[in-house]
Design a protein around this ligand. Structure first.
Ligand SMILES: NC(=O)c1ccc[n+]([C@@H]2O[C@H](COP(=O)([O-])OP(=O)(O)OC[C@H]3O[C@@H](n4cnc5c(N)ncnc54)[C@H](OP(=O)(O)O)[C@@H]3O)[C@@H](O)[C@H]2O)c1
Length: 320
């Protein structure tokens, strides 16, 4: 595992972090706690030291599993979590004020609830789970972030940017009041490269590349007849003719890759951007944890491969 600085936090984080949405057990079904815990332990053995969870992932269940594993490790493992929007609307909707979504006392009490789930006194990174640029001048998030840091409940703060809208965080970064951003960045959606990454580089802001495998599309495992357990988030994400579209795009991609491992290529694509501090794939099985951690050791992709992958950018929004 190679390590990078998480922006100005100075945390030395493994390039491959752990995306802990899937292990929450409510939005992603079909996993088993024992296996998820084994996958997380194995990843830590392989040098992973950054985990991204959220209070909303299984209503605290992901945080509880993460806390269990992190407490038993001897070395430092950095834990990031998130404050869910109080109105439970993802993404943030234009016109809905911050007083409905992130009032000051709610940001603080949500952090305290996360700390109880994690069994920790301090979280290394607290993030707002959605962001709406209309809130930029408001006091709620500014005061809450400042007080969380001062009380030691959160050592660093950031936001998770709305799906496929990287530029909605530019003004926020310019305030100098956040340490990190979490953004969709993968072979299909390289859009953060245009404006977000250069600004993050200039301001030394940590970048967490989320959904690097496009919820599984970039693993090559989605077929037209793939099914998910009823109620699984992916049943909705890959709804309608989305699976057919995915197969079409992934088949073309695999043809160009001529046998190279797709999930590892997808992770290395993210890590080829120097601005990315860590990529955070979801991986509930030890086999996937092993393969994903190993992708860091392979280093960035050659320029020729990156040029080829750029031809596979695909403007879509399956979350919409
Ligand atoms: N709004 C937000 O803030 C937000 C939204 C979405 C995600 N996130 C964060 O980003 C993380 C990553 O996104 P994600 O988990 O939604 O999706 P993802 O990382 O794009 O894809 C996860 C899927 O890929 C599979 N997979 C992983 N490694 C594989 C490998 N080597 N070979 C084959 N399949 C592999 C996983 O299978 P198994 O799980 O079965 O191993 C799972 O089905 C989340 O866990 C969460 O921390 C944040």
């Amino acid at each position: 595992m190679r390590y990078r600085k998480l922006g100005r936090t100075n945390y030395e984080v493994g390039e491959v972090g752990y995306g802990a949405w899937g292990i929450g057990g409510k939005q992603w079904l079909g996993g088993a706690d024992d296996e998820s815990v084994s996958a997380l332990r194995l990843a830590i053995e392989r040098g992973l030291n950054f985990i991204d969870t959220a209070l909303a992932y299984g209503d605290g269940h992901s945080e509880q599993l993460v806390g269990q594993v992190v407490r038993e490790t001897r070395g430092k493992v950095y834990v990031a979590t998130k404050v869910p929007p109080r109105n439970r609307l993802w993404p943030a909707r234009p016109g809905i004020g911050i007083e409905e979504v992130f009032p000051y006392p709610y940001i603080v009490s949500s952090t305290e609830e996360s700390l109880r789930n994690l069994g920790m006194e301090s979280v290394d990174l607290q993030q707002l789970h959605v962001w709406n640029p209309e809130w930029i001048g408001r006091d709620e998030w500014r005061r809450a972030f400042e007080d969380l840091k001062q009380s030691g409940k959160a050592r660093a703060v950031g936001v998770s940017i709305n799906d496929h809208r990287p530029d909605t965080a530019l003004e926020l970064i310019r305030t100098g009041l956040i340490d990190t951003v979490q953004v969709i960045y993968n072979i299909f959606d390289p859009s953060p490269e245009a404006e977000l990454f250069p600004l993050c580089r200039e301001r030394n802001i940590g970048v967490l590349a989320r959904v690097p495998l496009d919820e599984g599309a970039l693993t090559g495992r989605i077929r037209e007849d793939t099914t998910f357990p009823p109620g699984d988030f992916r049943e909705w994400y890959f709804r309608g003719d989305h699976k057919r579209q995915v197969v079409q795009h992934v088949t073309a991609l695999q043809k160009d890759l001529a046998g190279a491992d797709l999930p590892q290529t997808a992770l290395r694509f993210c890590l080829s951007a120097a601005e990315v501090s860590a990529v955070i794939p979801g991986m509930r099985t030890p086999r996937h944890a092993e393969a994903n951690c190993a992708s860091s050791d392979l280093g960035p992709l050659p320029d020729a491969t990156l040029a080829l992958l750029r031809r596979h950018a695909w403007q879509k929004n399956f979350y919409g």
